[in-house]
Every structure is written in structure tokens, then in C-alpha cells.
Design a protein around this ligand. Structure first.
Ligand code: GLU
Length: 266
């Protein structure tokens, strides 16, 4: 059965660009008589706010974008920990100790030498004794070890995509403070919830490449992916939930009819 989701993080008010993502996914599931899930990506306890969860629902309801159920990532932390264990057992998950400043310095050096700023995997060379010593003095974060092959998929909007995994940093899945990051949480949710089609912004293309490897490593089927272009503001600037540019609630307050916004976005 066709199952799609719209997965905003509750860190601000939805803007017209977010709506476009919601609308595509909503239309795909409704056309197929499938399921549309509203997934709240709230693994970041500092930035996620309940008032934004309510505002997201209000905006979608105003536009008639109805969902079949709501899922919240903060309710599923055990599942993410289990998936992390699974990847660790397979040797695809490794502990790193660099501080943000050290990582930044590495990136600058690489860029100065004309190299892409890809994580150099130096944590893989640490001995157990070195890891014990580092663990005692600073927090560890965890990265997924990419298979350095080409990752390919047929994108529903962009067409054939091929990304060399060696040109991408091993993604951090668990932060130093233990927070599970979206990249892992989303893979676990998409596979557990039987998502068949994922439409999202083109800012997620590299995520998709790494997520495809994770999905395969965990033994699941890869959903169909499609990446749409991103809307910009009048000066060509990216829209931001946090800055509130072109937010749906402002358009509503300005008296714009929902049908007008929907037909423009569709
Ligand atoms: N929470 C992510 C975002 O808002 C979801 C991306 C996705 O659709 O996987 O960018």
C-alpha cells in the first residue's frame, strides 16, 4: 500500500516551501488511496517546541491537508538505539572523539589543499587504549561507516542519480550528548512504517545517498525517493522555519485564501 509522510521538525512555523513537500506527499497517498503520516521529527529536545507542533497541525488543517496518524520521533528512541546496536554489531558504526573545533580545523586544512572536506576516518585507527583515554576526557559521537562505492537511484523528479560515497563524510548518527540524529531516526521510521515514497527537498540528496546504504545494511527495502527544487524568498534567499519567512500563519493572517496557496504550490 502506498504510504507517505510529511516529517517537519517542530522548530518553527511552516513556510510555503514546507507546504510544497507536504502537498506532494499528501497527494501521492490520497491518489493511491494510501496512508499519509504526519511525523514530528522532535529528537532535538532543545529546539523542538510543543507550540510549533500545534502550529504545524493548525496550518495543515487550515489547508485541508489531513493525515491518517501522527508519529513522534521522541516516542521511538528505543527503536533508534536498537538499530544503532544492529549497525554496531555489523561493524558499520564507529566511535569518534574529535571536538567540533578539531573537525572544523580538519575541514579548513582540506579545503586549503584543494581537497573536499570529507571526514578522514582517523577514529578508525585508534587503539582500544587510546579510545579509553579519550572517552575519559571527552564525549564520543558515532558515525555510520559508508561503503565507499557509488550509490545510485532513480529519483522520481531528478532522474538517475549517482553519488560516490567516498566524496561524502561518514554521517554522524549519535551526538556526543547521546542525541540521535535525524539521519538514523528517519531511516528507522521510514522502514518500520512501510513508507513507499519519500518526496523531500533537494537539500536532502546527500542524506538520501547515505540513508540508502543504511536501509540496505539493516536489511530493508529502499523506498522510492524524489527530490524537488527549493523555493526561495524574493532576494533568492532560502526559506527558513526559524526565521519565519513566507510562513503559512502570516499568509493566513494576511487573509490569503487556502485554495490560492494550494493551487500555486501544486
Ligand atoms: N525533519 C526533516 C526536515 O524537516 C525531514 C526530512 C525528510 O523528509 O526526511 O528536513
Amino acid at each position: 500500500m502506498t504510504t507517505t509522510r510529511f516529517a517537519p521538525s517542530p522548530t518553527g512555523y511552516l513556510h510555503v516551501g514546507n507546504l510544497r513537500t507536504a502537498l506532494f506527499n499528501h497527494l501521492i497517498s490520497r491518489k493511491a488511496g494510501g496512508t499519509f503520516i504526519l511525523r514530528i521529527d522532535d529528537t532535538d529536545p532543545e529546539r523542538s517546541k510543543e507550540e510549533f507542533v500545534d502550529a504545524i497541525k493548525t496550518d495543515l488543517e487550515w489547508l485541508g491537508i489531513t493525515w491518517d496518524r501522527v508519529e513522534r520521533q521522541s516516542d521511538r528512541l528505543d527503536r533508534y538505539a536498537a538499530a544503532a546496536d544492529q549497525l554496531r554489531d555489523m561493524g558499520r558504526f564507529y566511535e569518534c572523539f574529535e571536538t567540533p573545533t578539531e573537525l572544523d580545523l580538519k575541514r579548513k586544512k582540506q579545503l586549503n589543499m584543494g581537497k573536499p572536506p570529507v571526514y578522514d576516518r582517523s577514529a578508525l585507527a585508534l587503539s582500544d587504549a587510546e579510545k579509553d583515554a579519550l572517552r575519559a576526557e571527552r564525549g564520543a559521537h558515532w558515525r555510520f561507516k559508508l561503503d565507499q562505492t557509488r550509490i545510485e537511484w532513480s529519483d522520481g523528479i531528478v532522474g538517475d542519480i549517482s553519488i560516490d560515497a567516498a566524496s561524502v563524510s561518514d554521517p554522524v548518527l549519535i551526538r556526543g550528548d547521546g542525541q540521535v540524529l535525524y539521519t538514523l531516526a528517519s531511516v528507522v521510521d521510514d522502514t518500520d512504517m512501510g513508507i513507499t515514497d519519500v518526496v523531500r527537498g533537494s537539500d536532502h540528496v546527500t542524506n538520501t545517498a547515505t540513508q540508502i546504504q543504511m536501509i540496505k545494511a539493516l536489511g530493508f527495502d529502499v523506498p522510492r525517493f524524489a527530490h524537488h527544487s527549493l523555493l526561495t524568498g524574493p532576494q533568492g534567499e532560502g526559506l527558513s522555519k526559524r526565521l519565519g519567512t513566507l510562513s503559512l500563519r502570516d499568509l493566513r493572517a494576511d487573509g490569503i485564501a487556502p485554495q490560492v496557496i494550494l493551487s500555486h504550490m501544486a
